[in-house]
Design a protein. Structure first.
Length: 290
């Protein structure tokens, strides 16, 4: 866990090797006396103290919790990816691929449930260990105080202390049995996929996709109707403009005809009012012409 957390502390291009960690931790433990290190476990805050079996157990427990947390995150991400892939397959009407993705998703969900339950149990154990460690410190302080008060009986502790130790031992043994029982029950869960749930989820996805297509078609029809209304309005305006122009042409033609009729009437009136030529003048004109 320590190696995974600090391997890339200097950057991606300068990852520390196992040898680098060994040299670094040995230097901190032996020369600087900043930590306690036994080759497997690193303990801060107790440079002069030895690493006990409890310390190694706690370190292993923390490492398992970290691994399970990583698995839970990876499974959660995988479930999201498979769900998205199933939706895409449904949209493409690829039922076989959609069923395959949903089966894989159900397996991942089952595994996620198991890992989450186990992670919760281990975290509860770790919290209990921390509480127990605090209680140990309290008990040690109380024991030291009792030793000061009782003098010579501090080292032995008397019958009461022996009874307390026995009771505590029984309690710890009972806790061990309970933890083993819980872990055994958690391990009995099988990876079972309910085909009914898979089919229901696929049907829901297909229904959702159908509703999307229907909505898109309705929007397309509405857009076409709107465009058709605009075209009708345009045609009506063109027809109205044509009628108006035709009316203007008719009125112009009518005005022209009236003007021509007026001119013709004026010409007839002038021809009627002109004087007739005299007879002598006519004969004179004839002689001259001869």
């Amino acid at each position: 866990m320590f190696v995974k957390e600090f391997a890339k502390v200097l950057g991606e291009e300068h990852e520390l090797s196992d040898t680098d960690f060994t040299v670094l931790l040995t230097f901190l433990a032996r020369d600087k006396r900043a930590i306690a290190y036994d080759g497997k476990t690193v303990k801060f805050g107790a440079p002069n103290g030895a690493i006990t079996a409890e310390d190694a157990t706690i370190a292993s427990l923390r490492s398992i919790i970290a691994d399970l947390s990583h698995q839970v995150s990876a499974l959660t991400s995988r479930i999201g990816t498979l769900s998205a892939a199933a939706r895409i397959a449904v949209a493409e009407k690829n039922r076989v691929s959609a069923l395959a993705y949903l089966r894989s998703k159900k397996l991942a969900e089952t595994a996620l449930t198991q890992r989450s339950e186990m992670l919760g149990q281990l975290e509860q154990v770790y919290v209990s260990i921390e509480q127990a460690a605090d209680q140990v410190d309290v008990v040690r302080i109380m024991e030291a105080s009792t030793a000061v008060l009782k003098g010579l009986h501090a080292e032995v502790g008397g019958v009461e202390r022996v009874e307390d130790v026995v009771d505590e031992l029984k309690e710890q043994m009972y806790k061990v049995d309970e933890v083993g029982k819980i872990i055994s029950e958690a391990g009995d869960t099988g990876l079972i996929v309910d085909d009914g749930e898979v089919d229901d989820e696929l049907e829901a996805m297909e229904q959702e996709e159908k509703e999307k297509r229907d909505k898109a078609k309705a929007q397309e029809v509405e857009a076409r109707l709107t465009a058709l209304d605009r075209d009708k309005d345009g045609l009506a305006k063109i027809a109205e403009e044509g009628e108006r122009k035709q009316q203007e042409d008719v009125e112009a033609e009518k005005g022209t005809e009236e003007a021509i009729a007026a001119l013709e009437g004026l010409s007839l009136e002038e021809s009627r009012t002109m004087p007739e030529p005299e007879k002598g003048d006519s004969e004179r004109s004839t002689i001259l012409a001869t």
